[in-house]
Design a protein around this ligand. Structure first.
Ligand SMILES: Cc1cc2nc3c(=O)[nH]c(=O)nc-3n(C[C@H](O)[C@H](O)[C@H](O)COP(=O)(O)OP(=O)(O)OC[C@H]3O[C@@H](n4cnc5c(N)ncnc54)[C@H](O)[C@@H]3O)c2cc1C
Ligand code: FES
Ligand code: FES
Length: 490
């Protein structure tokens, strides 16, 4: 059987550019795969070649002359966790935390999100508010495109098929107050409507800068220029903010779709704009009062950047060395020979280029502790840990993870039997049919490593991307809470 596509992993930017130029419209770039793999599943994308760019050194976060420069492969979780972003551009952190679920954020990249150009996605909207500039590379050279010129329609940008988005740069700090408000039908869904507000105040408390951008209300993210102008130079009283939000709302004409009417979306846009502006103003005033601006010691900043760059470089080297060891992919090959490192054991696999990790684990290797549910990254049944982060194995190409450490729930068990968190699940009746349990356990353990003493609402939020049809979640949360209190750690 011939493969659905050829899989090519590139090691240098030149190689990537040569490949996408050679194949043009027939090639698709693979970054985090969190949008592309679902498109491949549904045959909405049907490339002849998939060019995996994950080994390119494009995951740096650097500060430069009042702007932040982000490599296209900066993952959503990096935006959430980076110190430089928290200090210089916290609105990006707030945006990233709203994206999908923890598994989407582990793999999805800023470049992939902008290139995919979903009008309801957070990062296109926020980079538009931040007057972002995008660097596009091709074999013919580089060009820079402003965010306001980049998005041209639903899932459509000005990028040519032979171009790769390599870097995004944004103002940092953009303003002293920021806020994102959005409403989605379910936790983890794309927003029905999302709003970003950025506000700067002078010492008299008048607005010096205002940015208001919407997602989900038009074929592309949009700025509300008239509303921004109506705010600058004025005191941000609640009445003025309400008037500005109404002005912004009245400039929108969202379409109805299968989920909600255009009129409802428009109403939401007005309500959320008012809330976002109010929160941005509050933050700006609090910062003024505290005398805090985003500036911290230059040395500390530079140090942090250097550390994260060095870490990235080391990470990229380790990844590509691991891939070398795990077997090369012959161009045009109908099968990929690969070594997968599962629960510490190396397994040799021969699979088609379009095989997902989930398919290889279950159908080729007979590892059934990984479950198959939705097949689109929503339910969490197929969760495994990749490089110690939870990911949806249904949205990963197996060829793309060769040589990298993968852990399934089986890897939790020690010589003396179940892991103490598994025991806590049993004790608290958190397992009924058991279908969601592997994903729940792996997700909870990674969360607890970072938050050893979480509040109940934090546990609930951490598990938002893992669905259980049996327990009503209460017993699962009880078990995790008990384990965290140490009465379950044995
Ligand atoms: C269950 C689920 C929920 C989600 N919820 C949200 C949400 O609430 N908000 C949100 O914003 N997103 C959401 N996403 C999408 C997610 O943010 C994706 O990570 C993102 O849209 C694409 O990034 P990626 O790195 O995975 O790109 P990929 O899937 O690898 O690629 C996406 C597209 O961009 C192209 N591409 C990728 N990188 C480049 C590049 N550097 N240059 C040129 N072209 C490139 C690819 O060829 C492809 O066409 C969700 C996804 C899932 C599965
Ligand atoms: S998230 Fe992969 S099967 Fe549901
Ligand atoms: S225990 Fe059955 S799906 Fe959660």
């Amino acid at each position: 059987m011939s493969p659905a596509f050829e899989y090519v992993a590139v090691g240098t930017l030149d190689e990537a550019l040569a490949r996408i130029r050679q194949h043009g419209d027939d090639a698709k770039v693979l970054a985090g795969g969190q949008s592309l793999v679902p498109l491949l599943h549904y045959r909405l994308a049907d490339p002849r070649v998939v060019v995996d760019i994950n080994d390119l050194p494009l995951a740096r976060i650097a500060e430069d002359n009042g702007r932040l420069r982000l490599g296209a492969l900066v993952r959503h979780h990096q935006l959430e966790e980076s110190d430089a972003i928290a200090r210089r551009c916290p609105v990006l952190r707030e945006a990233a935390a709203l994206i999908g679920n923890v598994r989407v954020r582990a793999l999805g990249t800023i470049g992939g999100s902008l290139a995919h150009a979903d009008a309801a996605a957070e990062l296109p909207m926020v980079t538009l508010a931040l007057d972002g500039r995008f660097t596009l590379a091709s074999t013919g050279g580089m060009r820079t495109v402003a965010a306001r010129d980049f998005f041209v329609g639903p899932l459509t940008t000005v990028m040519r098929p032979d171009e790769l988005l390599t870097e995004i740069d944004v103002e940092a700090p953009p303003a002293t107050g920021w806020a994102i408000e959005e409403i989605a039908r379910r936790a983890g869904d794309f927003a029905l409507v999302a709003v970003t507000a950025l506000v700067g105040l002078d010492r008299q408390g008048r607005v010096t800068r205002a940015r208001l951008a919407f997602g989900g209300v038009a074929p592309t993210p949009v700025r509300a220029a008239a509303a921004e102008e109506a705010l600058v130079g004025h005191e941000p009283t609640p009445e003025r903010l309400a008037r500005v939000a109404t002005l912004a709302r009245d400039g929108l004409n969202p379409q109805s779709d299968a989920f909600v009417s255009g009129a409802y979306r428009r109403h939401l846009a007005g309500v959320l704009a008012r809330r976002a502006l109010a929160r941005a103003v509050d933050r700006s005033e609090a910062r003024e009062r505290a005398g805090a601006c985003e500036r911290s010691e230059a040395g500390e900043r530079a140090g942090a950047c250097e550390r994260s760059e060095a870490g990235e470089r080391a990470g990229a080297c380790e990844r590509s060395e691991a891939r070398e060891r795990a077997g090369a992919v012959a161009p045009g090959s109908p099968r990929v020979q690969m070594k997968l490192v599962i629960n510490g054991r190396t397994r040799e696999v021969d699979a088609p280029p379009d095989a997902t990790l989930l398919a290889v684990l279950r159908d080729t290797l007979g590892i059934f502790d990984v479950k198959e549910g939705c097949d689109e990254g929503v339910c969490g049944a197929c969760t495994v840990l990749l490089d110690a982060r939870p990911v949806s194995s249904c949205l990963l190409l197996a060829a793309g993870v060769r040589g990298r450490p993968i852990m399934t729930v089986k890897g939790l068990e020690g010589p003396s039997g179940l892991h103490p968190l598994q025991e806590a699940f049993v004790r608290h009746g958190a397992v009924q049919c058991g279908f969601c349990t592997p994903g729940m356990l792996l997700t909870a353990l990674v969360f607890l490593e970072r938050n050893p003493r979480p509040r109940r609402d934090e546990i609930r939020r951490a598990l938002e991307g893992n669905l259980c049809r049996c327990t009503g979640y209460t017993k699962i949360i009880d078990a995790i809470e008990a384990y965290a209190r140490e009465d379950g750690r044995g």
